[in-house]
Design a protein around this ligand. Sequence first.
Ligand code: LLP
Length: 418
Amino acid sequence: MTPFHYQNDELFAEDLPLSRIADQFGTPCYVYSRAALEDNLRAYEQALGDIPHLTCFAVKANSNLAVLNILARAGAGFDIVSGGELARVLRAGGQASKVIFSGLGKTEAEIEQALKAGILCFNVESEPELERINAVAGRLSMRAPISLRVNPDVDAGTHPYISTGLKENKFGIDIAQALNVYKHAATLPNIHVTGVDCHIGSQLTSIAPYLDAIDRVLMLIDQLSEHGIELQHFDIGGGLGVVYQDEQPPAPHELIDAVKARLADRKLELIVEPGRSIAANAGILLTRVEFLKHTDHKHFAIVDGAMNDLLRPALYGAWQAIEPVKLKLAGQHTGHAYDIVGPVCESGDFLGKDRWLEIAPGDLLAVRSAGAYGFVMSSNYNTRNRAAEVMVDGNQATVVRKRETIDYQLSLESTLSD
Ligand code: LLP
């Protein structure tokens, strides 16, 4: 389905006009489509279909409780990177037994929290972390299920900030060292070795780097087997790209079919950790034009959304489509190539540059593909309240996170008493 589509020259979220959502809940606000989230999860579930598998949504992409709840109800597991994300998953009705814990700085308190909750697996990123997990599990008289996140040293061909599988990246254990670390892990009394994991980067638009990484990990799996270490699962990470502009990323089934062919008759459960490909195109950021400013050099549309709401353009130079919510009759407003900028006091505060738009002050704009790494990366910079989040289900819209208030922001702070 196309969750955000034009009907009679007006942009809709499922069956609701976005203008109605803006009137009701104000702007800027994030709007998500329940059906799109479910469809995107289903694409993985159907592709994985007949083999033992688990689709663990990468919570960092969108951790709103309603999003997690919808995915949990549709059968998803979750990939978390903090104790906070674990708390969200459990609050949203997710099952701990379907949770994997990634990330390279797990604290003792987080490890204890995850062990007590009974998560499926820790993806271990270094030897000191392995020792720490063993020690915490020992104190609790438990055995911690672990996989090693190996760094296969492949170039994912994506933005350097979101590439993670190269030797120079901080992530994972060098695949050349992995055999030794596994052998050591197998001797630790409070560790239960259950799998292997790799995640090579995000917004990947080709299958080749995955297969490259998988081939390397399969060689490791065979070596481990020769040493009597049998793994139960292979977690290939997330990272499948989406269409922001003119990318042509593979569909989940293209990736999964190719991976299945590589795994052939090995008895390994396949785990995937998609974030962006489930959430990005299930959401938009809705913002209103405050002013138009024309200079000798530029045309600016100053909107009420800013880099604190959606950081990707400022941080990565990311391109996201920006569309008017109501299409105007031709010639109603003079068109210009606008820089769409927010009120934050930084020249880097833009949502898009050089976008041809026929708009007037008060018009609504939708920034597309904002369901992943949108709200979760927002901040209170310039003491701006973080935006509301709204979930659309058919013709129903529900606020799933209230717009913050200044009182709420200030309530966390205090002055010195003397
Ligand atoms: N698993 C691990 C271990 C990860 O580090 C990530 C993302 C994922 C899964 C999910 O990857 P996805 O399927 O979403 O590509 N803020 C950046 C993206 C950072 C991705 C970090 N790790 C952006 O806005 O593009």
